[in-house]
Design a protein around this ligand. Structure first.
Ligand code: NDP
Length: 333
């Protein structure tokens, strides 16, 4: 197997180290709990709020962010990406130039220059391809999950060992389903964003156009359209089959009419979609999107808020709210 792909790893590099999980949210909570179960010495750094109380209730020693960083050998930055640059300044002020391992769960800030760690730090990435709740669930069943790992700076000469050990510590390795793939920070951020800028918005745009045409031009009941597109949950089943048997091979579970329709149209639209993907890829790789998003945040997110306002006011969103009310479904995860 390629040496890019890692299935197992030792926790030894982390024995006797104090690991500070900074931020006790989706990832922080899951990673802290699994690392503690792995026998590692974990403390939590969080601002005083309900997450801090939750960490205390879960039995962790909790400190303000700078104090947790000061006590740690390994610092895991598990705050939302947009608040990390500010929090990282506090970490650097607390740690100074001493050698520590700093771990990120996403390559974004480092890849696009929003965080520039001191040269004395080992800078590693363990980016789970799994939400925190899913990690905890798999951990409780003795199963692993995929992570992308990387090293941006190897001050100690042992940074890769730390990255692999952290991947093992959070339950990604040494278990069925567990795998780490070595990438650069920029490659991780790039494919993460490219997925968010192509696959998902193309799907959302297709849903919106489908709803418009089927209900307005062909008079199909909105409930039937929503159930057909995603509200039945069949899509989740298809996604699960893609992960277990493959994107193309799962087609054999559909009718031959469906197989013919899907394959012929996928190839018909391929060139058009290729141009969209190339264009988005370029904007991401050159840092244009990171700049756009930073400016949007600085301006107080006016476009972000307007986009939400727009989609929530569409007929599709209203029809969905009505259908979900009838079916007794909760709206927000
Ligand atoms: P969350 O939004 O769940 O993090 C919340 C934590 O950050 C809480 O402790 C919260 O406390 C704290 N926080 C929020 N704002 C601030 C602030 N201004 N100052 C200090 N603390 C703050 O983050 P995620 O777990 O979703 O993401 C963490 C990292 O993991 C990111 O790099 C993300 O890209 C990555 N990642 C996330 C995945 C996921 O499943 N969500 C999957 C893979 C990677 P409070 O808000 O109460 O102040």
């Amino acid at each position: 197997m390629s040496d890019r792909v890692v299935l197992s790893g030792s926790l030894d590099p982390l024995k006797d180290k104090v690991i500070a999980v900074i931020g006790y949210g989706n990832q922080g909570q899951a990673q802290a709990k699994i690392m503690r179960d792995s026998g590692l010495n974990v403390i939590v750094g969080n601002v005083p709020d309900r997450y801090r109380e939750m960490a205390k209730r879960d039995g962790f020693e909790v400190f303000d962010i700078p104090e947790a960083a000061r006590r740690a050998d390994v610092i895991m930055m598990l705050l939302p990406d947009e608040v990390q640059p500010q929090a990282f300044q506090e970490v650097v002020s607390a740690v100074g130039d001493r050698n520590v391992v700093v771990d990120f769960a996403s390559g974004y800030n480092v890849a696009f220059g929003l965080i520039r760690p001191p040269a004395s730090y080992d800078v590693v990435m363990v980016a789970p391809r799994m939400i925190g709740a899913g990690m905890l669930d798999l951990h409780s069943r003795g199963l692993g999950f995929p992570v992308l790992i990387g090293v941006e700076n190897d001050a100690s000469g042992r940074a890769w060992d730390y990255a692999v050990a952290l991947a093992a510590g959070i339950g990604a390795l040494n278990r069925p389903g567990g795998v780490a793939v070595k990438v650069t920070f920029k490659q991780e951020a790039f494919i993460d964003l490219l997925d968010e800028h192509t696959n998902w918005p193309l799907l959302l745009a297709s849903f919106m156009a489908f709803f418009e045409v089927a209900t307005k031009e062909y008079g199909v009941p909105p409930e039937a359209v929503l159930l057909e597109m995603y509200a039945s949950g069949e899509m989740a089943e298809v996604a699960s089959q893609m992960a277990s048997v493959g994107a193309f091979e799962q087609l054999s579970l559909h009718s031959t009419t469906s197989q013919y329709g899907q394959l012929s149209r996928a190839l018909k639209y391929y060139d058009e979609v290729l141009r969209i993907v190339e264009d988005e890829a370029k904007q991401i790789w050159l840092g244009d999107f990171a700049r756009e998003w930073s400016l949007e945040q600085l301006a107080g997110k006016p476009k972000f808020n307007a986009l939400w306002e727009h989609v929530r006011s569409t007929d599709m969103a209203k029809a969905e709210a009505e259908l979900f009310r009838l079916l007794g479904r909760r709206r927000a995860p």
